[in-house]
Every structure is written in structure tokens, then in C-alpha cells.
Design a protein around this ligand. Structure first.
Ligand code: NOJ
Length: 708
């Protein structure tokens, strides 16, 4: 039983058993804005409770909200304070839409570059993911909305996500996949969403060890554990494993009936046969079946009390039981500005051969299939509909003093969306993309525009969605061909990549400048102009390694996408840069990499034992933003124990004026040196540890040593 307040205790005493069920299983929202809904108990002044997607902005049904950059873009800022600001802004918008819990942040690790939801997650590195997760959680909670960290745990692919079992050893779980969730709990997160997949054979909804023992027991999580939508595997198994809240609790047909009296009943057989689509007949397992299980003694009545208490506890914490929460705010100038700031600061300058920033008067050929629309996000439950969005063409046109010529070059890359895959959602009355009214684009026309301009800016993108993985890391369509043709024709080609994660860049040596700008959200064009013209420093660093497909780990089909509903995490700890370092493979761009328009000098690095200190100077004549990174290299581990070459221990992001120096300290807590031993827990081997301080995982500027 969780620690409950007197008030929650009193409510538990007064609630009937049927009323308790109203707090643990969802119902249809009469306002139809929420993603998940609890009707409350009017008799006892327990209010309604609305849960809403998602991590890139509020997705209240039929409503608009600020569309923030993708979580991966936020992570590229390496700035937990910005994450906190985004969390708070999203929470204010949630309140303005009368929502109480935000289904964010997504804290899964980027294990394979193909995963269709990588844009919703933070990093291949657990420390960075943990720092960003904690930032978003704290921001959401600052505004009295419940944060929901998801998807607990090892939901690292969309292929076969509802069935697949991640076969992963305990050390790897503890060192890679669990830390971001642990950080959320330490930050006081109110809710944890279980993943659809299984871990070592057991569905997460029913995973007693991970839910009851680790999350609630060991970590002391006091909030409620909510299922992913239609993700409860069994009534008794889930209730006894520690799941507290079933969502959405009702079938799509019931939601529709409540809405318009329609009778759109899904064909369950059709749906459950679709890879990645949850089975909507899995609804109501915490209703009547739970009542029967309690009558039979298979689930205890105390467990029902605990479930209800946990939900009530969060309602109380955010002020809902007193009705004294403020109304929030939506689409404010501050939120719009924040969306632009994050998009610009998360933009990573991968290459720059003296082309950027552009002079104001430069004549620009703006090329790319989608330059007339903003890349707001990827498909699925994180889709946010903004009040306005700025396309690259619009943003650059507004900023440029020189001439801007637009040429699309190749046909538009179309968005993909989970909602087009769901047989029980009819979006036919919603507007599709802009109808193509312009003539067919041609690469020749793009090349001609590039030849006539001072600089060619080519914007390319991928298209990904929840419920589908990318089949390849190549850019879709003929975009590589387009870039190559333009790069051949001009000496000044800037390529901007809007992607969900790593993509292959076969032409990266042939272009003069290269930016990774992820899915930038509603402020796409403005943020791009900010960076291209140097109004803002491209402050981003890579939260994921870029490399060709075959250079990544987990290339065997048993490791990904899996065989017989099983995925072997046989690479263990060697994910992302841990793999590239151990295998001594040269990435295209390493983890942590990113240039600035300024230049930085590092000096006076010293170990303080539990921190490392270094002074960073901006030796350029323009302001810039540096992300100081500290990696720990352990001494030789005991016989038979592998350790990564280096692991990120912490970061410090600083903005520096020309000539300015700043001394930064990066904390090195015990965990920075420890490894997880299944028998002994976290252990720190004795010996000399090297702390590398630098600009990326492969650009070390100073080293210090510390004994443990
Ligand atoms: C399924 C997704 O996995 C989850 O992230 C989302 O919050 C729910 N659907 C609700 O839309």
C-alpha cells in the first residue's frame, strides 16, 4: 500500500467498491477531448480526471496546441533546464484544455536507429536520457499536472511491439534501460505507463518484478502505474503485478457510441493481426473481471484500495480535490518563442566549411521536396496540431535580404501516421496535406536555381510514425540524388536534415555545411533562419551516433527485429557510442558532436573527487553556446566483466559572449563510476578512473584522474 494522506484515507473509507472501480479503469470522455478519462465520483466531490497525449505538445482531440520540437531535438540541446521549461509550457497548455495528466515524457532508450518512435525519445545514452526526463517531469509538475513517464520498459522498437519480448539481462536493464525511469521517480513523477512489449517473456502490465519490486518497492514510487492503451494483458496478472489504472478502459466502439451514437465496432480479428496495433478488444479488464477476481480472492480488496489511493493521491497533489488549480494558458508568445528557441538550440552543426552563417544579402536557392511545409513531428500519439507553423520557405523568406528562389527538386515526402493504419479511426473528414498545385518538380530545375544563387540550402527529411519502424536509414525518395546533383553543381551547398534520428548521409563529404535539425515543430522555418543567418548559435550536439546502417549493433535479425516474437539484446551494454567505441568503428558523426559558430578553448581541468571542474573560453568574436561533456573511463574490470570504453557522466551547457570564460563543474556521483552486478547491486571497482572532458565522445580536450 502506498503512503496515503488523511484525506485520501477518508475518501477510501467512504467510497463504495463500485465507486473505486470508477477510479481504476477508463471510460468515454463526454467532452471527447481526452486521450483517457475517469468520470470521478460526484457524490464525494472527486472530480473528473483527463489524461492527454503527448511528449511534443498537447494532443487534445479536435484542439490545437503549441507543437514543440521532437524530444530528440530537445535532447540535442543537452539542457535539462530547457526540458523543464518545455514540460511546464506543455502542462500550462494541458490545463488550458482542461486536462490533468500529460502522457509525457517518453524515456525509452534509442537502441536501434530504425525505431519509428525514436523522435519521441531522448538518446542512446542513459545519463542524457535521465537528465532530460527529469527536466520534463519537474516542469510538468511545477504546473500541477501529472507527468507520465513512458513506456516502462525496453520498448525500443515498434515492429511487433505488442507481442515482442525483449530478452535482456539484468545488468543491461539496470545500466541502460532503467536509469531514465529511475530519474523520473527521483524527480517525483506522478505516473508511469507500462509498455506494450514483454521483457524476458512477461508483458509489462503483468510484470510483478519490474513493476512491484523494482519500481514501487526498490525505488519507492508512490504514484499510479497506468497501462498503455489497450495494453493490459490480464486482469489478475496485472492487478497483482502492481498495475493501478487501465486505459482507455473502453473499446473504440463504445467511445464512438458515447460520441455520436455510431456503431463503428472494430473487427477485432482484423486489428489484432496488424503488426504494432494494439487489440482494442482488450478493454474493461479492470471493470467487471476485476470485481469477479476480488470476489474469488484472486486479487485482494487491499490491492483495489491501493490502486484507487494512488490515483486519488495524484489528484490531490495537483490540487484537483480542492479545485484550486489555475487555468493554464495556451499558444502564448512565450510558448511560441520557447518552441523556436528549442528548435534552434537543438540544431546540430555537423559540418561547416566557412559557409555558415550566411550574410544577410546572400542570394539563396532553397531546395527540397517539403520546403513549403513545416516538419511538425512524426506520426502517432505525439501528433500535435499547432495554431500556426512556419515552413522553411516562409522563415527564410522573412529573414533574407537577398533573393530567395524555391525549387522542390523531387516529389514531396509524405507524412506517415499511425492514425491512417488504425481501422477503427475514421479521419476521412480531416484535411490531408496541401494538395499539389505546382508542376512536377525536377532535379534539373533545382540545379539551375543552385547555380544562379550564392548558396544552395537543401532541406531533406524522413517520415516516421509510431507503430512502424523505418525499413532503412536511407532518406526516402530521390533525396540523395537531389543533394548529390546540387553538391556537384555548386561550391556552396548547405544541407539541412530533418529526421527522426540517424540517417545515412552518403554525400556528407561533398557538401560544405550540414545541419541535423530533427523534427523541429511549428517553428521550423523561423528556427532554421535563426541558425542559418547566425541570429542564434546552433547549440545542438548529437544525442545519437550517426553512421551507416551496417555499422550499428543489433544487425542480426535475432537482435532486431526479432524472431518468433523474441528480440535478443545480445549486444548488452554496447548500444550507440558504447558499441562504436568498443568495436573501434568510425561513426559518420560521433555521439556528442556538434560545432558552433564560436570557438572554445578548455583549460585548468581538475578533479574535485565528486565533480570535475574546467574553464571554457569563447575565443571567437561572436557569442556561442558550448556543451561541456564529461566521460568516465574505468580501470580494468575484474576478470570476465566487460565495461564500455567510456560512459557519459554529465554535461554542462553554457552560453558565452566573445572572449568570455566560465568555469563549470560537472557532478560525478557514485553511479558515474559504478557497474551493476546482479548479485551485489551497484559496485565501484577500486582503481584509477580517467575523466575525459571535451566537445564530444571523440573530441577530448582535457583529462583528469580520480581514485575510487
Ligand atoms: C499508445 C502509445 O504507445 C502511448 O505513447 C500513448 O500515450 C497512448 N497510445 C495513448 O495515445
Amino acid at each position: 500500500m502506498s503512503d496515503t494522506t488523511d484525506r485520501v484515507e477518508r475518501l477510501l473509507d467512504e467510497l463504495t467498491r463500485d465507486e473505486k472501480f470508477r477510479l481504476v479503469s477508463g471510460a468515454a470522455d463526454p467532452e471527447r477531448t481526452a486521450t483517457g478519462y475517469l468520470p470521478g465520483v460526484e457524490r464525494l466531490d472527486v472530480p473528473e480526471f483527463r489524461l492527454v497525449d503527448g511528449p511534443l505538445g498537447v494532443r487534445a482531440e479536435g484542439e490545437r496546441a503549441t507543437a514543440f520540437p521532437a524530444s530528440l531535438a530537445l535532447a540535442a540541446t543537452f539542457d535539462p533546464e530547457l526540458a523543464r521549461e518545455q514540460g511546464a509550457a506543455m502542462a500550462r497548455e494541458a490545463k488550458a484544455h482542461n486536462q490533468d495528466a500529460l502522457l509525457a515524457p517518453g524515456a525509452n532508450l534509442v537502441r536501434v536507429p530504425h525505431c519509428g518512435r525514436n523522435f519521441e525519445y531522448f538518446s542512446e545514452d542513459p545519463q542524457l536520457a535521465a537528465d532530460l526526463t527529469a527536466g520534463v517531469v519537474e516542469g510538468i509538475h511545477d504546473e500541477d499536472v501529472v507527468a507520465t513517464v513512458k513506456h516502462y520498459v525496453a520498448n525500443n522498437q515498434e515492429s511487433n511491439r505488442t507481442r515482442v519480448s525483449a530478452e535482456v539481462d539484468e545488468r543491461t536493464l539496470r545500466e541502460l534501460y532503467l536509469p531514465a525511469f529511475r530519474a523520473a521517480v527521483d524527480a517525483g513523477v506522478g505516473s508511469v505507463m507500462t509498455a506494450y512489449n514483454r521483457v524476458n517473456g512477461t508483458h509489462l502490465s503483468d510484470h510483478r518484478e519490474l513493476v512491484s519490486e523494482v519500481l514501487k518497492g526498490e525505488w519507492g514510487f508512490e504514484g499510479y502505474v497506468v497501462s498503455d492503451w489497450y495494453g493490459v494483458e490480464s486482469t489478475v496478472g496485472a492487478a497483482n503485478a502492481g498495475l493501478d489504472l487501465e486505459m482507455p478502459g473502453v473499446s473504440p466502439a463504445a467511445i464512438r457510441e458515447a460520441d455520436d451514437g455510431g456503431d463503428a465496432s472494430p473487427d477485432a480479428a482484423d486489428v489484432s493481426s496488424l503488426d504494432g496495433i494494439p487489440d482494442p478488444t482488450k478493454a474493461g479488464l479492470f471493470g467487471e473481471p476485476l470485481a469477479e477476481a476480488i470476489d474469488d480472492g484472486a486479487v485482494s480488496a487491499d490491492r483495489l484500495d491501493d490502486m484507487a489511493a494512488r490515483v486519488l493521491g495524484q489528484m490531490e497533489r495537483i490540487g484537483l480535490l480542492d479545485g484550486d488549480r489555475d487555468d493554464g494558458a495556451i499558444d502564448t508568445p512565450a510558448h511560441r518563442d520557447l518552441a523556436e528557441r528549442i528548435a534552434a538550440r537543438g540544431t546540430v552543426l555537423l559540418e561547416n566549411d566557412d559557409v555558415l552563417p550566411l550574410d544577410d544579402g546572400t542570394d539563396v536557392a532553397l531546395i527540397g521536396p517539403n520546403v513549403r511545409e513545416a516538419t511538425v513531428g512524426g506520426g502517432g500519439s505525439s501528433e500535435t496540431t499547432p495554431f500556426r507553423s512556419v515552413a522553411p520557405a516562409e522563415g527564410i523568406d522573412a529573414r533574407a535580404d537577398g533573393e530567395v528562389t524555391v525549387a522542390r527538386g523531387v516529389p514531396e515526402i509524405e507524412d506517415v501516421s499511425l492514425f491512417d493504419l488504425l481501422p477503427y479511426i475514421d479521419d476521412s473528414d480531416e484535411a490531408g496535406g496541401d494538395a499539389e498545385t505546382t508542376p512536377d518538380p525536377s532535379i534539373d530545375e533545382a540545379v539551375a536555381a543552385a547555380e544562379d544563387a550564392d548558396v544552395a540550402v537543401v532541406v531533406v527529411r524522413d517520415a516516421t510514425t509510431e507503430a512502424r519502424d523505418r525499413e532503412t536509414l536511407e532518406l526516402p525518395g530521390r533525396q540523395d540524388e537531389l543533394v548529390e546533383a546540387v553538391a556537384d553543381a555548386t561550391e556552396r551547398t548547405v544541407v539541412v536534415v530533418n529526421s527522426s534520428g540517424p540517417v545515412e548521409l552518403p554525400w556528407h563529404d561533398d557538401v560544405e555545411a550540414l545541419l541535423a535539425a530533427w523534427y523541429p515543430g511549428q517553428a521550423h522555418g523561423d528556427a532554421l533562419a535563426d541558425v542559418l543567418y547566425g541570429d542564434r548559435d546552433p547549440g545542438g550536439r548529437l544525442p545519437v551516433t550517426f553512421g551507416p546502417e551496417e555499422a550499428f549493433p543489433a544487425t542480426d535479425e535475432t537482435q532486431y527485429p526479432g524472431v518468433d516474437d523474441t528480440v535478443e539484446y545480445a549486444e548488452g551494454l554496447f548500444v550507440g557510442y558504447r558499441h562504436f567505441d568498443a568495436a573501434d568503428v568510425e561513426p559518420t558523426y560521433p555521439f556528442g558532436h556538434g560545432d558552433s559558430y564560436a570557438e572554445f578553448r578548455y583549460r585548468d581541468a581538475e578533479s574535485l573527487g565528486d565533480a570535475v571542474r574546467v574553464t571554457v573560453e569563447n575565443c571567437a568574436e561572436r557569442p556561442g553556446r558550448e556543451v561541456v561533456q564529461a566521460y568516465v573511463r574505468p580501470p580494468a574490470a575484474p576478470e570476465g566483466v566487460e565495461r564500455p570504453v567510456r560512459e557519459l557522466a554529465g554535461t554542462a551547457a553554457v552560453g558565452l559572449d566573445p572572449g568570455e570564460s566560465r568555469t563549470v563543474e560537472i557532478d560525478l556521483d557514485d553511479r558515474a563510476f559504478a557497474r551493476y552486478d546482479p548479485d551485489d547491486g551497484w559496485v565501484t571497482d577500486e582503481g584509477t578512473y580517467t575523466v575525459e572532458v571535451g566537445r564530444s565522445s571523440r573530441d577530448v580536450r582535457a583529462t583528469v584522474e580520480t581514485e575510487r
